[in-house]
Design a binder for this molecule. Structure first.
Ligand SMILES: C/C(=C\C(=O)SCCNC(=O)CCNC(=O)[C@H](O)C(C)(C)COP(=O)(O)OP(=O)(O)OC[C@H]1O[C@@H](n2cnc3c(N)ncnc32)[C@H](O)[C@@H]1OP(=O)(O)O)CC(=O)O
Length: 251
């Protein structure tokens, strides 16, 4: 199946945005651009009160940066352009006037943890373990770092980053504040998500919009910071360590 981003609107004002890539929902540039644009467009639509951000498939919410695309980067400009895709998605969630609910059904790795952290309220299953594997491939979680640190604090962010090979459980992620709720199954997750989304959509939309601004106060500088961070990963990705690590993963 081909990669896609779709958006569906319910009569109650709930917009469900789904992204998918056949390689464990890993993210090439084109998919990141489409996802960022869709989040922005849907948020600007007057019908939208709540956005649900989800991915297709069951095993993996998002495997982060596409290794195929990372392997094809040859210049710092290309590196900056690629990692800016994550900056755009995070900033689109941050700047959307709608509350964004995350639905994390399976593992989240690297940039995938950043996408979960960019949501306002994130629900997950017990299978939704998280790992920041960037150091394993010669880079760091620079672009996604501010969003993750905002949710779990600098201590847990440092722990995850430096233990790059370790998957942390969904319960750990809940304890640290990345997930608000963890469910035993996808069915239970979807039932809780539907109830929460409907409840939120019934509240005063102006109150929700004001709350959204309050939640993200102090992050205005991310409009530049995340691109500076993208340049850092964009530089490091040209290293021999990165090339060797990706070749080894794909072997
Ligand atoms: C944003 C910033 C940095 C990043 O995001 S760096 C990228 C970090 N991501 C990873 O390190 C993911 C590595 N993948 C995994 O850990 C696992 O594959 C998984 C996602 C946990 C899934 O594990 P599972 O055992 O279920 O599946 P497989 O490992 O057998 O994989 C199946 C299939 O998918 C391919 N694949 C997995 N991840 C990627 C990927 N990122 N890109 C491309 N392809 C991927 C894998 O190769 C397998 O393919 P086959 O052809 O089927 O062998 C930087 C910043 O913040 O600055």
């Amino acid at each position: 199946m081909e990669a896609y981003v779709t958006a569906e609107h319910s009569a109650e004002g709930i917009a469900t945005i789904t992204f998918f890539h056949p390689a464990q929902n890993s993210m090439p540039s084109a998919l990141l651009q489409r996802l960022a644009a869709t989040i922005s467009e849907v948020g600007e639509d007057e019908r939208t009160k709540v956005i649900v951000l989800k991915s297709g498939g069951e095993r993996t919410f998002c495997a982060g940066a596409s290794f195929e695309e990372l392997a094809s980067i040859e210049t710092e400009e290309q590196g900056l352009a690629f990692f800016s895709g994550f900056a755009k998605v995070i900033n689109a969630c941050r700047q959307s006037s709608a509350i964004v609910l995350g639905r994390v059904q399976g593992k989240a790795v690297g940039g995938g943890v950043g996408l979960a952290a960019a949501t306002d309220y994130c629900l997950a299953t017990q299978h939704a373990a998280v790992r920041l594997s960037e150091l394993l491939i010669g880079i760091g979680p620079f672009v996604v770092g501010p969003a993750i640190e905002r949710k779990i604090g600098v201590a847990a962010f440092s722990q995850m980053t430096l233990n790059a090979a370790t998957f942390y459980s969904a319960d750990w992620a809940k304890e640290k504040g990345l997930y608000a709720e963890v469910y035993e199954s996808i069915e239970a997750l979807d039932a809780a998500l539907a109830t929460l989304a409907r409840q939120l959509a019934s509240y005063n939309p102006e109150a929700l919009r004001q709350l959204k601004k309050v939640f993200w106060e102090g992050t205005e500088h991310w409009s530049t910071l995340l691109y500076e961070r993208a340049a850092m990963s964009g530089h490091l990705v040209l290293s021999e360590q990165t090339r060797a690590a990706i070749a080894k993963f794909k072997a």
